[in-house]
Write a protein that binds this ligand. Structure first.
Ligand code: MG
Length: 251
């Protein structure tokens, strides 16, 4: 059952979300092409979260072995941070959750490493905008399918595809809770009704080529089956009678 949050509870999730946003920005600013590795960024995120008094939500989640998921180029999501430096022209998706004072927030952003190609930049722009197209439909009285179809329409209109195997989710006292599925594809008017106090993660994963993905032998890393690029943008949001609020922002 979807747990609706009170205003004070949403306030707490906003505090967690601030730490997520701050850590993502700090990681992105720390990237030096040819030098910084995903493992360096993971350590930086851990430090920021711990200084804020929180814990990384992903560490040991179903056995995940790191603080953050860091996914480079054709890696869609759930990349385990490695010691291999990021290279000029890469795109890197940083995904992390923070548990603070009993409440989770979860966010992701894909960043360019140095200067990147035009097509890669367009993928980032379209994926980011698709997230906001979805958020615009997150209104009391709408349904999950309204969000899902808005994301899908925008992405496909721009010639890309949305990943089917992974979806957004409810969030709160648990990292993943009801609604168990906030997809990035679907039909308007379908799915769970959006109500005052719902907190969910919308997280389009957008591929340049096929939407099909496969898992590497490490059982975590998800890659595109055609080896083309993938991007991932995510916000934790609160849906209230007064409107939608993005909780994973710094200010
Ligand atoms: Mg998430």
């Amino acid at each position: 059952m979807t747990v609706l949050k009170t205003r004070p509870e949403i306030e707490k999730m906003r505090a967690s979300g601030k730490v997520v946003a701050r850590a993502l920005r700090a990681m992105s600013e720390a990237i030096v092409p040819g030098k910084t590795s995903p493992a360096d960024l993971d350590a930086l995120a851990a430090r920021i979260v711990s200084e804020a008094g929180g814990t990384p939500s992903f560490l040991n989640y179903r056995g995940f072995p790191a603080n953050t998921c860091i996914s480079v180029n054709q890696v869609v999501v759930h990349g385990i941070p490695t010691n291999v430096p990021l290279e000029e022209g890469d795109i890197v998706s940083l995904d992390m959750g923070v548990l603070l004072d009993g409440w989770h927030a979860d966010g992701a952003w894909t960043y360019p490493v140095g200067s990147i190609g035009k097509e890669a930049q367009r993928l980032l722009n379209v994926t980011e905008e698709s997230l906001y197209q979805g958020i615009a439909k997150a209104r009391v009285g709408n349904r999950i399918g309204d969000i899902a179809s808005a994301v899908q329409k925008y992405v496909e209109k721009n010639g890309y595809s949305v990943v089917r195997d992974l979806v957004g989710h409810g969030i709160g006292r648990k990292l993943h809770e009801e609604p168990g599925s906030v997809p990035n594809f679907g039909s308007p008017g379908k799915g769970e009704l959006l109500r005052d106090g719902m907190t969910i993660c919308i997280e389009p994963m957008v591929n340049q080529g096929t939407y099909k993905v496969r898992t590497l032998p490490d059982k975590w890393t998800l890659v595109t089956t055609d080896g083309k690029l993938s991007a991932h943008f995510e916000h934790t949001i609160a849906i209230t009678r007064d409107g939608v609020e993005i909780l994973t922002l710094e200010a």
